[in-house]
Design a protein around this ligand. Structure first.
Ligand SMILES: [Zn+2]
Length: 313
């Protein structure tokens, strides 16, 4: 429901989450554990060096975004803007936040199957790489009519018969980078993704901006993909204006408590599929693990970061 019509400071959102976790601590061990870690993060215990590494924590999230950017810049060094694009896939809708885990795990398999199938058809897909992050949108079904026209169609496609007419619906998506290499272009890549994920504007493949450097594009996209804005965009059909509306406190609590269960933390919300190995080429040393396509544990050190920005909160 629309309670917070005006944007509130991001710090206020974090405070709302913390107080909701404290209120739930008596009956939820997960809420208690998360609040305890958030409370200790950067605190005087362990010489101010303890980092909670939770998505809920603005400081740790900023550090993880900075680390993701550094790793992406290293991995894609030397690539051309013309072979890179921002990839978005809207994965579906779920009513229970816990079900996002299944959606994410299916997305991992689907992505791999898509790339494998295209590689069987054409060697042009051998160099294709995908690095994407989970981002979750949410809205109350009671506010369905306030969503933008595209979002209304998308939600209706996933939930053709509304079993209920109110309560939160979660809309997990992937945002990130696709590198398609020579011989392919954004149009062909988009067509392949749309075959896998058909639906109204469900897939977007937007080429890197030519007036930005490769690293500027990577930074812009990774900030966008990992932003955790936790707002729902509502649309005014008369004025055409879009108003971001703060998530309900209970949604914040449910979402971040659920995310805190993932033992691999930030890595769990990323999918990375690498280029097919060329047999004749000597494999270059990679910092990415081959089996799960994920990045090594993040080198967290508590301290000031130039990437700390209020708008990540
Ligand atoms: Zn933290």
């Amino acid at each position: 429901m629309l309670r917070h019509q005006n944007s509130v400071p991001h710090r206020h959102r974090f405070k709302r989450l913390r107080s909701a976790l404290r209120a739930a601590s008596s009956h939820s061990s997960l809420a208690l554990a998360l609040e305890s870690r958030l409370q200790k993060c950067g605190g005087p215990e362990w010489g101010n060096r303890f980092t909670c590494r939770k998505h809920a924590c603005p400081a740790c999230r900023d550090r993880s975004i900075a680390a993701e950017r550094r790793k992406a810049e290293r991995h894609f060094a030397g690539a051309q803007n013309t072979e890179m694009a921002l990839l978005t896939v809207i994965l579906g809708t779920v009513r229970d936040v816990k079900d996002i885990a299944d959606v994410m795990s299916k997305a991992r398999k689907d992505l791999r199957n898509l790339i494998d199938a295209e590689r069987r058809r054409s060697r042009l897909w051998d160099p294709v790489e995908v690095m994407v992050w989970l981002e979750t949108d949410a809205c109350d079904l009671a506010d369905y009519a306030r969503l933008g026209p595209d979002k209304q169609i998308q939600v209706a496609e996933f939930m053709p018969v509304f079993a209920q007419t109110e309560g939160v619906v979660w809309i997990p998506s992937l945002h990130g980078i696709v590198r398609f290499g020579p011989g392919l272009d954004a149009v062909r890549v988009r067509a392949a993704f749309e075959r896998k994920w058909p639906g109204h504007k469900r897939v977007d493949v937007e080429p890197f901006w030519a007036d930005q450097t490769l690293n500027q594009n990577l930074g812009r996209i990774i900030n966008y993909a990992c932003k955790h804005t936790c707002t729902t965009d509502y649309y005014d059909a008369e004025t055409g204006e879009i108003t971001p509306c703060e998530w309900e406190t209970s949604w914040l609590k449910d979402y971040y408590t659920w995310l805190s269960e993932w033992s691999r933390g930030f890595q769990a919300t990323r999918i990375f599929l690498r280029a097919k190995k060329q047999k004749r080429k000597k494999r270059t040393a990679s910092r990415f693990d081959e089996n799960n396509n994920d990045i090594e544990p993040l080198p967290f050190v508590y301290g000031n970061s130039i990437f700390h920005r209020d708008y990540y909160y």
